[in-house]
Design a protein around this ligand. Structure first.
Ligand code: AMP
Length: 282
């Protein structure tokens, strides 16, 4: 695996014969890699000639400075994991290199940056779009892989790609979970063993309610019940829960036949903010 640290080096590598007529799969990450990230890498390795992973802890997408400061960095381990998956290139640029003379990328979020995650993390999605657009410009992949774990992010990246006319296939990948059901996340590293058990309750409660759901249920009432059950657990505090359309993300106020639905939520587990979602269909 080639490790590239500057945009300039990446560009000269890109202009060399190595990339000629090869399909390129790209996975942007913030490092502290786990099996969720690795599932994206495996998919890219299967579907492309060259797989490129970036590791960049993107300051602009953190609305909470302490979250940024405490974000885990595990570079040696990341390298080992990626080598074991036959990743071709690991791109680890610096802040200065990425943001030098780059103001960001303007897009019409169509309101998606202000709801759900956006309501509680002001500026977060603008930061995400800034970095992903910049990386797309540098890497110029054919396909880019994103986890459904960050469901709203995925919808916004699809919108940004479409609006800017980029010829990049955005590939959604399913959520990878621990055996307990807890969605894998780099932030789980900040949970003690006891808190991990608590955090696993989130998915267990989601499963319980989603499997008992009927078309006649009121989405608002179910949301209240799920929130109550989560908040009853020590150290868990719900920030939002929403039933939404998986394409438009608009909230669902009434269930109907043949409806595809995503139930998305954010929950604080002591000082760690966790997000998760689950797909439903009537
Ligand atoms: P991050 O490093 O958190 O920015 O995540 C990089 C990519 O990995 C994003 O597209 C995430 O949605 C994806 N990802 C993170 N956790 C998981 C997971 N548990 N399952 C699937 N994809 C994930």
């Amino acid at each position: 695996m080639e490790i590239i640290n500057t945009v300039k080096d990446f560009e000269s590598y890109r202009n060399s014969f190595i990339f000629n007529n090869k399909s390129i799969g790209f996975i942007p990450t913030m490092g502290a890699l786990h099996k969720g990230h690795i599932s994206l890498v495996k998919r890219s390795v299967d579907e492309n000639d060259i797989t490129i992973v970036s590791v960049f802890v993107n300051k602009r997408q953190f609305n909470d400075q302490s979250d940024y400061i405490n974000y885990p960095v595990t570079t040696e381990r990341d390298i080992e994991l990626l080598e074991a998956e036959n990743c071709d290139i690991l791109f680890i640029p610096s802040d200065e290199d990425i943001y030098n003379n780059y103001e960001g990328h303007k897009m019409d979020f169509m309101g998606l940056d202000k709801i759900y995650e956006g309501e509680f993390r002001p500026g977060h999605f603008q930061g995400v779009v800034d970095i992903v657009y910049r990386l797309f410009e540098i890497i110029r992949p054919d396909r880019a892989y994103f986890g459904e774990k960050d469901f709203q992010q995925l919808a916004i990246i699809k919108l940004m790609t479409k609006q800017s006319g980029l010829n990049i296939d955005i590939v959604p990948c399913p959520i990878v979970r621990e055996n307990s059901g807890l969605a894998m996340s780099s932030r789980n590293e900040r949970l003690s063993d006891d808190l991990r058990i608590k955090a696993a309750k989130i998915y267990q409660i989601l499963k319980k309610y989603s499997s008992a759901l009927t078309i006649n249920d009121s989405p608002g009432d179910i949301i209240k019940s799920i929130a109550n059950e989560i908040n009853k657990e020590d150290y868990l505090e719900t920030e939002y829960i929403i039933f939404c359309d998986p394409e438009t993300l608009r909230p669902i106020e009434k269930f109907e036949k043949n409806m595809n639905i995503r139930l998305c939520l954010a929950v604080w587990c002591k000082k760690v903010r966790l997000i998760d979602n689950i797909s439903l269909h009537f």
